[in-house]
Design a binder for this molecule. Structure first.
Ligand code: HEC
Ligand code: HEC
Length: 217
């Protein structure tokens, strides 16, 4: 098994600008980087991913994360972890295991172009006391330090604002139990001192977080 340094190095290689040597198929690259040609990965996403993740990257399926508004760097680390069997989920392992490095990059770049899609408005307004408690916990445990005051993340840190609550809950419990080893130790460290009940409150807070929450409304 490769150590974390090995994984980090592999990602750096994946993220390096494509050069002749990095292409999996020897293909003549266009002389200048021609912008704005629609990515073939948009089509492949529609065919292979949209059934579960939604055409616009927002899913209605239980346990299935919204990808809309997610950062390409974060997406590539996760596709890589699925491919290498470091993060396991039956559906995603099957999807990722045959991906080439170019596929990891292509899908991640496409995900990075999907604008955030807000969660459908809840039937009842979020519980104010629980939101307040969640905001306090997010400060206390430095969630906002890495994920940002608006929980939108950046680079290898995922957007968690407006993510599905069931998925957030499962992910946080997974980091705590070790079922989901992260790309780095950041999350296992962050949740080690947080009780399962507080993790659920944090999941509730992030899932219901909107621009209004940020503005204190
Ligand atoms: C059969 C349903 C299914 C299909 C098809 C599918 N996914 Fe997923 N995907 C999931 C589920 C479920 C998860 C959450 C996995 C977990 O429990 O950790 C996930 C997680 C992810 C994540 C990690 C998101 C995060 O916030 O950590 C990425 C990135 C992703 N999928 C991309 C893709 C791409 C790209 C495709 C198409 C090539 C695809 N998925 C196809 C069900 C699916
Ligand atoms: C030191 C920086 C850091 C801190 C502090 C931190 N996070 Fe994270 N978080 C990350 C990174 C980096 C990831 C990507 C996971 C990986 O390594 O694969 C992540 C992933 C997550 C995910 C998974 C999202 C997804 O789409 O799968 C959730 C949920 C999350 N963090 C919530 C929290 C909460 C709640 C807190 C506070 C208790 C917190 N984070 C504190 C950096 C941090």
């Amino acid at each position: 098994m490769k150590g974390l340094a090995g994984f980090a190095l592999s990602i750096l290689i994946l993220l390096a600008p494509p050069s002749a040597g990095a292409q999996s198929k020897p293909k003549k690259a266009p002389a200048a980087s021609a912008p704005a040609a629609p990515s073939p990965y948009a089509q492949r996403f529609a065919t292979l991913c949209a059934t579960c993740h939604g055409a616009n990257g927002r899913s209605d399926m239980p346990g299935t994360p919204a990808l809309a508004g997610q950062h390409s760097f974060y997406a590539i680390t996760q596709l890589f972890l699925f491919r290498e069997g470091r993060r396991s989920n039956e559906a995603m392992t099957a999807v990722a295991k045959t991906m080439t490095d170019a596929d990891l990059r292509g899908f991640s770049d496409f995900i990075g172009t999907l604008p955030p899609v807000p969660a459908p408005p809840p039937a009842t307004p979020p519980d104010a006391a629980r939101m307040k408690k969640g905001a306090e916990l997010a400060q206390q445990h430095k969630c906002t330090f890495c994920h940002g005051a608006d929980l939108s993340g950046g680079q290898q840190v995922p957007r968690i604002a407006g993510q599905r609550e069931d998925y957030l809950q499962m992910s946080l419990q997974g980091f705590k139990s070790g079922k989901r080893p992260g790309y780095t130790m950041a999350m296992s460290g962050a949740v080690s001192q947080v009780s399962p009940a507080d993790l659920d409150t944090l999941a509730y807070f992030a899932a219901h977080f909107t621009a209004n929450t940020a503005a204190g409304r």
